[in-house]
Design a protein around this ligand. Structure first.
Ligand code: URA
Ligand code: CA
Length: 431
């Protein structure tokens, strides 16, 4: 291990065997944290070649269980987002893409953050359960084209252990380490093709387009090396996506989007990502053809209907697709007034996320309970005109005192005197 650390310290490349030696030993506990920390820091400073990143990813995949989706017919396409605020795309894309005939076997997480993960959001639907056996999961995808489950099995234990170590050794923010971490989980989950949504801007991990692009290229290169068709879109997270931030509120927003009356940005991002998924799944020849197909399944109601079938199959009350008032709702709805007149110039997405989290919409630590009903509905986005006293957002809360959340929203939605352009939603495509 000392030789391996030395090599990376001096900027040399590690062989496949050396990388496997490290990952196997670290997972087994025979390589201590202090040596792993030293290697991570050397990687942080000296980087890794594409080939090293591919080998690191595979070693992490092989450190644990891998999901076998070979009993599902068709090209299995997965999607991953690097995370943003109010990102409801998975809830929409699963039925949307499945309605075009692409099988979607989705394994999702809860996660920490401003709101819960996809699983938490789905559990806002009364009765919905995410525990399916591997057989039930495969059967449901073969029958209906879609299923969503929680993580089962011991996937990528090496990544879990390394991620915790990176967190306390200031080595999270390394593109080779982020790329291999994300891709190892997607590959272990069994997809044939992977569409990545790499976010950039205030509310994202990657604050600049250049960094987001570098991460996207790294992940696409890893995917291709291990034989998974991988592509990426770089999308804007300089403001929250859509209007809803909160679990039940986002389910409602997802249903409205499937009904064809969702927010413009959220709808567009789903069409862009969905088109790539449909092409990767072999159900359209071109992006344009895929987009028409997606628009059709929204228009004719078949995507929404399939969402209802997913809910039925997993024990939930599918009435909610026609009556969203059946979702949990908060006791108080409190308007947040604008403090001045002008145009919305900036929305610090991460801080607005915090404003939702302090209401109870998200978790700070793994064991925190979340309140599925609470959150924020934005009434304005960047570029919109606003008058002093006009409502810029509505807080949905189960507590009467929302002063902390209100202050965060008012502080972090900036209003300027000059007119503002709307930000570009799709910044780059990496195919
Ligand atoms: N998300 C991950 O899964 N891994 C990283 O390293 C960073 C973000
Ligand atoms: Ca949203």
């Amino acid at each position: 291990m000392v030789d391996i650390i030395e090599k990376k310290r001096d900027g040399e490349r590690l062989s496949k065997e050396e990388i496997s030696f490290f990952i196997d030993g670290y997972t087994a506990g025979t390589i201590p944290d202090y040596q792993a920390s030293a290697l991570l820091m050397a990687i942080y400073f000296n980087g890794m070649s594409s080939e090293e990143q591919g080998n690191l990813t595979l070693a992490m995949v092989e450190s644990g269980d891998q999901i076998d989706l070979s009993d599902i017919s068709g090209v299995k396409v997965d999607k991953h987002s690097t995370g943003g605020v109010g990102d409801t795309t998975t809830l929409i894309l699963v039925p949307l893409v499945a309605a075009c005939g692409v099988p979607v076997a989705k394994m999702s997480g809860r996660g920490l953050g401003h709101t819960g993960g996809t699983l938490d959001k789905l559990e806002a639907i009364e009765g919905f359960h995410i525990e399916l056996t591997q057989e039930q999961f495969v059967k449901q995808v073969n029958d209906l084209k879609l299923a969503v489950i929680g993580q089962s099995g011991n996937l990528t234990p090496a990544d879990k252990k390394l991620y915790s170590l990176r967190d306390v050794t200031a080595t999270v923010n390394s593109i080779p380490l982020i790329a291999s971490s994300i891709m190892s989980k997607k590959i272990a989950a069994g997809a044939d093709a992977i569409v990545l949504d790499v976010k950039t801007g205030d509310g994202a991990f990657m604050k600049t387009v250049e960094d987001a692009e570098a991460l996207a290229h790294a992940m696409v290169s890893i995917g291709r090396q291990v034989g998974r068709n991988t592509m990426a879109v770089i999308s804007d997270m300089s403001q929250p996506l859509g209007f809803a931030i909160g679990n039940a509120l986002e389910v409602k927003e997802a249903i409205e989007t499937l009904q064809g009356r969702g927010p413009e940005d959220l709808t567009e991002l789903c069409l862009v990502l969905g088109s790539k998924m449909v092409v990767a799944g072999g159900k359209a020849e071109s992006i344009d053809e895929a987009r028409l197909l997606l628009e059709k399944v929204i228009e004719d109601g078949s995507a929404l209907k399939l969402f209802g079938e997913l809910i039925d199959a997993q024990g939930g009350n599918s009435e909610i697709i026609h009556d969203t008032s059946l979702l949990p709702f908060a006791t108080y709805e409190i308007n947040v007034p604008a403090l001045t007149t002008g145009f919305v110039s900036k929305m610090e997405a991460d801080e607005i996320g915090v404003a939702a989290m302090v209401l109870g919409a998200g978790r700070e630590t793994k064991d925190d309970d979340i309140d599925l009903a609470v959150g924020i509905m934005l009434k304005k986005k960047i570029g919109d005109a606003v008058r002093e006293g006009e409502t810029i957002a509505v807080i949905h809360s189960n507590r009467e005192d929302v002063s902390k959340s209100m202050k965060l929203i008012q502080q972090h939605i900036h209003i300027s005197k000059e007119a503002q352009k709307k930000p570009e939603l799709i910044l780059r495509m990496i195919t």
